[in-house]
Design a protein around this ligand. Structure first.
Ligand code: SF4
Length: 365
């Protein structure tokens, strides 16, 4: 079987170069080609000696996800579908979300990446949850979504991507090590070269892993998919809350904040007549006070087969007014790419797959 070079760290490439009798700087050049320059073949690695390229090609390949499909929304959002190359594995999706200046030039270029193929957490509003879980992505498979989209961004907008959010398919902290390792590729100066401050990892609230992020001083930002401000409502839409309730979440976030002195962001999808009352806003303001935080109120993109619907504008306004009155830092975010199903909670592979594993209770966390 061919060795996938992208699955190797820089240190492992250094060992490989040494075994092959090449100086260490060759591995640095190789890593740069794989990630920073993002080429797909050995032929393109022009500063490596031909003999080394030929030797590498005998037993290894650069590796990389294959772009199967690219769809562009009317608002500029681009959704990409990637084959992972693992037998029997459904493809995964990642999204490029551009923000534009008034003159039309691209400002912020955010990539939303997937960390798992499908997801077992079964949140009621989420299309990925309906697919079930298939497998964890490897670190390089997560980082390679960013490499691909970085190239698309350069082609379309003449600019490298600026931010990455782990908010695509899957629960990132359920694939903890691969997510941390992939973030190292994204922040490596020979890799994608992003500042960790431009990376946000989102979780439904896996308390043990949140504490582990604190213990390991993970440098990126943390976002919590909250979506309800009391246990009764959260239990209804997020099965994880039955094993890890809001008390458990609070305790882990206080631990996180104490260790890292860092604020978090809460993501709150606003659903019509479910979590959009003034009383919900009051309960949310209490959660906002646990540790320094800000709240993103997200207007939901309706998902076929889901009874929860997007909140109405007048209820959004009342909700926001109450948050402002209570001094909560909150921003309204319009979900993007609705017309190509690229919005929050809309990513799912529908064609040609049987549902994967879903555990609604007793999720192994
Ligand atoms: S919202 Fe996140 S954790 Fe919940 S089912 Fe969807 S992908 Fe999984």
């Amino acid at each position: 079987m061919m060795q996938i070079l992208k699955s190797m760290t820089l240190e492992q490439l250094q060992e490989l170069a040494a075994q092959m009798g090449h100086p260490s700087y060759r591995s640095t050049q190789l890593y740069e080609w794989l990630w920073q320059k993002g080429v797909d073949s050995f032929e393109e690695m022009t500063n490596l000696p031909k003999a080394l390229r030929e030797e590498l090609a005998k037993e290894s390949e650069p590796g990389g996800l294959q772009l199967l499909k690219k769809q562009q929304s009317s608002d500029g959002t681009i959704k990409c579908l990637f084959a992972t190359g693992k037998e029997g594995s459904p493809p995964v999706e990642a999204v490029l979300i551009p923000d534009f200046y008034e003159d039309g030039a691209a400002n912020r270029l955010t990539v939303c990446v997937s960390s798992q193929v499908g997801c077992m957490f079964g949140c009621a509003f989420c299309a990925t949850g309906k697919m079930g879980y298939f497998r964890n992505l490897d670190a390089w498979e997560i980082a390679d979504q960013v490499r691909h989209i970085n190239r698309i961004s350069l082609e379309l907008y003449g600019k490298r991507i600026t931010n990455v959010v782990y908010m695509g398919m899957g629960e990132p902290l359920h694939n903890f090590r691969a997510v941390l390792d992939s973030s190292e590729i994204l922040t490596h100066k020979l890799g994608i070269g992003l500042s960790p401050r431009r990376i946000t990892v989102s979780t439904v609230g896996l308390s043990k892993q949140i504490k582990q992020l604190a213990d390991e001083e993970a440098p990126f930002f943390l976002a919590i998919s909250l979506h309800a401000a009391n246990d009764a409502k959260r239990n209804q839409i997020m099965p994880i809350n039955e094993s890890l309730n809001l008390d458990a979440l609070r305790e882990s976030l206080q631990y996180y904040h104490k260790k890292l002195d860092r604020a978090v962001t809460y993501e709150y999808l606003l659903f019509d007549q479910f979590n959009d009352s003034v009383e919900d806003a009051r309960q949310l303001s209490k959660i906002a006070g646990w540790i320094p935080s800000k709240i993103n109120i997200i207007m939901y993109n309706n998902v076929a087969g889901v009874s929860l619907k997007r909140a109405r504008e007048e209820r959004l306004n009342l909700f926001m007014r109450e948050l402002v009155r209570l001094g909560v830092r909150a921003t309204v975010r319009r979900s993007r790419g609705d017309d190509i199903d690229a919005g929050c909670g809309q990513l799912a592979i529908r064609e040609g797959i049987k549902p994967g594993k879903t555990i609604r209770k007793g999720i192994p966390v």
